[in-house]
Ligand binder design. Sequence first.
Ligand code: AMP
Length: 305
Amino acid sequence: MQLLTVGSVAFDAIETPFGKSDKIVGGAGTYISLAASFFNRNQALVSVVGEDFPSDVLDAMVNRGIDIRGIQIPEGGKTFFWAGKYHNDMNSRDTLVTELNVLGTFDPVVPMEYRNAPFLMLGNLSPDVQRKVVEQMAVRPKLIAMDTMNFWMDIALDELHKTLKLVDLLIVNDEEARQLTGEYALKTAAKRIMDLGPRLVIIKKGEHGALLFSADEVFYAPALPLEEVFDPTGAGDTFAGGLMGYLSIQEELSFDSMKKAVIVGSALASFCVEKFGTQRLEELTKNELDDRIKAFYSLSQFELV
Ligand code: AMP
């Protein structure tokens, strides 16, 4: 089953209490596709990079089964650059630099071969760009998931509302859910989000796990207590990529398969934070991932009687 993702492919510079990276490859689309590749090797990424972007990174994507024909490389363009600095608790960060470069004029084009894809992941980008991708689909996908952030709520709320009407699943963090709805209680916030369009909502709570809501069910996935947290960049995107990669190879989209997908996404995200950038995900084996999924299971399993 094909999975199509739209998301940034970027250069990042990251500073955490444990160190500082040079310009490394990042971007929401990069993390999403990389995470999804643990399950689905029939996926495509729609994005844009500059001529300064290393071709071996694109080759590595292809080797992981990611179709890159939807990644535009405009002549003379420069790749999107983002720099961020984490505070001591690693739960919050400041954006130091955002240079949109080629992302500023990005007009996404979905390759013909992927216009029937049953799974669509809209990475955090302008809601306008996200909508343009949905509108190019020849058939309405079985599942459209979407990420967004406070920034778009501040500057493009009307556009965001239009895009929300088109999607099945919104994945946001607790702060974003509260800002979008004006509700503090997350259960109420999830209901308000459902009034805006999505029938499913995932609210991430960083190192405290994630909540999955449907109209009448709730599921809580803890985050695994880790010995090492080095760089949280991309954890949210890795979560979304793992979740969509897993769902895209399931027979049916039940609430039970959604629950497992949330655990799989959480397990992948727990690896992402162990090293700078995409490094840990690149080294990760399927066996390590399977063991960690089991660790999630034993973390919260108990007998009622
Ligand atoms: P996360 O830590 O999951 O919020 O995602 C971090 C990634 O998002 C980084 O690799 C950045 O390159 C990318 N990013 C940051 N700001 C933006 C933006 N305004 N648009 C698209 N991607 C962004």
